[in-house]
Design a protein around this ligand. Structure first.
Ligand code: C2O
Ligand code: CU
Ligand code: CU
Length: 551
């Protein structure tokens, strides 16, 4: 039986036997405790900086377990992280200066979370040389958004992209080379082990990675202590302070709280000046719709000027939550999306702003209206000479006429002969043969059709793409005949989606079209839904960038 079939079977049995009771028991144990905690009592942690821009650009980062406190009034709990913290260190590199990182697995051999039901596979068939039973603790680090070479994906000791099956067990080490050939941008690293990504990320295996370049420096943006990553990480906390992950892979892990850089509802004391915040949605399944509101009277706070998206700078800042513009949009981030923001506190001495979230989950008990606070209570250390640029560089548009291939990927619920139902792409899973083999250097259009009723964040490794448009189609007709009949006009992407992206929201019942150029390295890579429980449950596929044979 293939892995996919086994998963399908396990999933269907689970729905029948455990389906409803599982959710009730989970809720019962969640309790209100986490929500009753006093808010804004912990300072926002700033992850340690690991600067790899000099002569020696090699580092060893240990994956390990350690006690850490999510909140002043919660007991320390064992979490996992990189380099002894979660999030791990913010790795800062310079464009075109490659770095080598040894990701050393020093985790214990027992996970802090039980494997969710539906993933308890007895073996890992079809993988020559792999053990018959996957070990409880397995990890492989992926640098999300990075362009790397990956000629030999099954090599566990030397693995640049973090191929899911090439996981390391405690005691082993993964050497990854990151050439950093991309312009200035905010990436993030996280675990990517086969059928364990959700559990490992929930345990804390996340961190920020920043590429700097000369163009970025020429912009004179806030830097150093005024350039701060904000990782939004969903967490599950029981009444007694212990942590939980989903019991059932068929239930996405929303968690009941969200940490920012490892603390629940932290605060940051800021000076009345401009700051740069690199916001990263590092949550398993939770989306955020963010703005700033005055904590005293609920009036809107300063606007976000979004200067960058997943793949670097936008062509010009996009104003979000602008109090002076009616209908100004909020900042909405699906899992794995990033936004690079400039926020100007200079006119707000003495005021406190709450980072508010308006994104509802399927279950409103898990709604998180507040995430952290900014208190404009520090005095200005030196005059703020940083600049919010009026415009950045134009972004060269990939030309649809240059596309040599158009592929369609349908996100669907697939019913198997045994009656089981799974979320899949084109009805295929991880162990099915590779279908997408773009040629090195080729431009392609991918039509991502979401037949489902929720947003799925599509992510592809190795490629920063552009969003062309979104368009409603007749899902019932598609399910009947397999043809896509459009029922609306094509909508252009939002202004802050017109830069480079590696993750895009697939809105329900729509085809989202993206254009991609497959360069500069051939190799084996991955695309998947970035709701990690979907990814672990087979909404993930391999693809290969091939070098055309010499004529
Ligand atoms: Cu953020 Cu395949 O990963
Ligand atoms: Cu990725
Ligand atoms: Cu999904």
């Amino acid at each position: 039986m293939t892995r996919r079939r086994w998963l399908a079977l396990a999933g269907s049995v689970l729905i029948l036997v455990f389906g409803s009771s599982m959710r009730i028991s989970l809720k019962g144990r969640m309790g209100p405790r986490a929500f009753d905690l006093p808010k804004f009592v912990d300072a926002l942690p700033i992850p340690p900086r690991l600067i790899l821009t000099g002569q020696h650009r090699e580092a060893t980062i240990r994956l390990s377990a350690f006690p850490a406190k999510l909140h002043r009034d919660l007991p320390a709990q064992i979490q996992w992280g990189y380099g002894g913290t979660t999030p791990g260190p913010t790795i800062e590199v310079e464009r075109n200066r490659g770095v080598r990182i040894h990701w050393k697995n020093e985790l214990p051999t027992t996970h802090i979370f039980a494997e969710p039901k539906g993933l308890d596979m007895p073996d890992m068939p079809g993988m020559p040389g792999m053990p018959m039973k996957m070990p409880d603790v397995r990890a492989i680090t992926h640098l999300h958004g990075a362009v790397v070479s990956e000629p030999d994906p099954m090599n566990r000791a030397k693995n640049n992209d973090g191929w899911p099956d090439a996981w390391n067990v405690p005691g082993e080490s993964q050497l990854a080379e990151y050439p950093n050939v991309q312009p200035a941008m905010t990436l993030w690293y996280h675990d990517h082990a086969m059928a364990a990504t959700g559990r490992n990320v929930a345990a804390g295996l996340v961190g920020t990675y920043v590429i700097h370049d000369a163009y970025e420096r020429s912009l004179n943006l806030p830097r150093g202590a005024y350039d701060i990553p904000l990782m939004l990480i969903s967490k599950g906390v029981h009444d007694d302070g212990t942590l939980y992950y989903t019991d059932d892979i068929n239930s996405e892990f929303w968690g009941n709280v969200a940490s920012v850089n490892g603390k629940l509802w932290p605060y940051l004391d800021v000076e009345p000046r401009k700051y740069r915040f690199r916001v990263i949605n590092a949550s398993n399944a939770r989306a955020y719709a963010l703005d700033l509101v005055d904590a005293a009277d609920g009036t809107p706070g300063p606007a976000f000027a979004q200067i960058g998206s997943d793949g670097g700078f936008l062509a010009a800042p996009v104003l979000l939550n602008d109090p002076t513009t009616p209908g100004s949009p909020r900042l909405t981030l699906a899992p794995a999306e990033r936004a690079d923001l400039i926020v100007d506190f200079s006119k707000f001495v003495g005021r406190t702003f709450t980072l508010a979230n308006h994104s509802h989950t399927a279950d409103d008990e898990e709604f998180l209206p507040e995430l952290m606070q900014f208190r404009v209570r520090k005095s200005l250390r030196t005059p703020d000479a940083s600049v919010l640029p009026a415009a950045m560089r134009a972004i060269p548009r990939l030309d649809p006429r240059a596309a040599t291939e158009t592929r369609r990927i349908v996100f669907d619920r697939v019913k198997h002969a045994d009656g089981s139902v799974m979320l899949m792409m084109n009805g295929k899973g991880w162990t099915d043969p590779i279908e997408e083999k773009p040629k090195l250097g080729a431009t392609e259009i991918w039509e991502l059709a979401n037949t489902l009723i929720d947003v799925h964040p599509f992510h592809i490794h190795q490629v920063q793409f552009q969003v062309l448009d979104r368009r409603l189609f007749d899902v019932a007709e598609y399910l009947k005949s397999g043809t896509i009949a459009y029922v609306g006009e094509a909508a252009t992407p939002a202004p802050n989606e017109r830069g480079w992206k590696d993750t895009v929201k697939l809105t329900p019942q729509m085809v989202t079209r993206i254009i991609l150029r497959f360069a500069p390295f051939p190799g084996f890579y991955v695309y998947h839904c970035h709701i990690l429980e979907h990814e672990d449950m087979d909404m993930m596929r391999p693809f290969r960038i091939v070098t055309p044979p010499a004529p």
